[in-house]
Design a protein around this ligand. Sequence first.
Ligand SMILES: [Fe+2]
Length: 465
Amino acid sequence: MINKSEFCKCLSYIICIRREVYLKIKKIIAAICIFIFLCGCTSESDIDTDTGTKQILDTQTVCDGFNRIAVTFYGNTETQIGLSWYTPYKDNYGNDVEIIEKDTLEKQDISYEVQYGYGEYDEESMYHQTVIKGLTPDTEYYFRVGDKKSQEWSEYGSFKTGSRDIKEFLFVAVTDTQSEHLPDAYFSSATMKTAVSTAETPAFIMHSGDFVDDGGDESLWSAQMNSARDILMNNIIVPAVGNHDADNNSFWQHFMLEKTNGHKTTGIYYSYDYGNVHFAVLDTNKTNDDDTSYIDDEQLKWLDEDLGKARENGAKWIIVNTHRGSYTVGEHASSDRYAGDDGMRLRLGRILEKHDVALVIQGHDHCPSVTKPIAEGKASENGVIYINTGAAGSKSYEMGNNMTDEYYDMFQYIDVEEREKDIYQNFAVVEVKESKIKVTMYELDITKTENQLYILYEFDINRGD
Ligand SMILES: [Fe+2]
């Protein structure tokens, strides 16, 4: 018979063993959780060679540690693409790219150089950027970013190169996603998703700035870009910098764009050709020292030359993307920096009119509007049309009512409805044809139970044959 003291000894031994096993299991579970958290490893992925569609096929690791991924135009849109992404900080990690042609599913033999460094506002992460060259015009590709050594990769995204032979295409215009927190980011990412599905096959997404409410808060960039991950990995984005994105070095680390005149601190200005259209994208944070206008002389000189070259090269249309805009109807319109001989309206307007710019797409004032054609500060038969698509995020403005009747008479469309925050989201679809541009401005009203998405206004710009 076992006595009482032996029974107690035995029991404590069993408890001790069980506790050891329990602690071991707990440690293993914790290690697995940390591994999953660090790598974000979720599933396996590859491309189905029969259908050409993404499908889970083998055992490669997909790692959402590769995040804030964006695809951009960089120089020649027919043969090049810009890629940028972030990873957790690790030495010599995450600098690999794989490109696969969609039709043939052949892995492309490409050489590329990745620039990387600490995130300006996220020292625990590295930003990585590269330009992929030598692509074929008018061709669809899959891509992924990752780390060959550890075989950790993002899922596959996709993009399509442009071609000068493309005479008709459409693109989506959104602005002021301006997330202040994660729910905001999801809200505006949902708008972008609706915009893309409304357009069906947009050539790219134009964003007119203020991606986030505070460009110096990296958590907002992460929230915005990761909540729109699927959209940003499968569409090319053409961003203009907003005043909320202007914190030093914040903008360029998130988007791989050509840095015209080496400028990159407050944002970037650049241009590109897609099909028969020339696009110029401005940085309205870059001002002269006297700060009398939202655009500086160096940038205006570049713009004049850039648009002149585009005309020499036979561009059929010119479209400009800018955050702060000369003709809007929200509360910002009354700023002195737009007015007078030194203000942005006349200084920028004269260059746009000289080169027969068809359309200026603006952000910043969060209230939809469309001008009549404008030249020399007045409605004119032959002039430039300026639109504000309204905000794609939760922050809506009402019409400012702080300008003269003469000013408001220059608009063919002004939204006079009350625009409550967190209800309306806006975007536009711009359809380019050889002799016509059609702009359709949409609104989403999330309080409606039916027909949440409706057309606010549509108009055409015609330029002969
Ligand atoms: Fe703004």
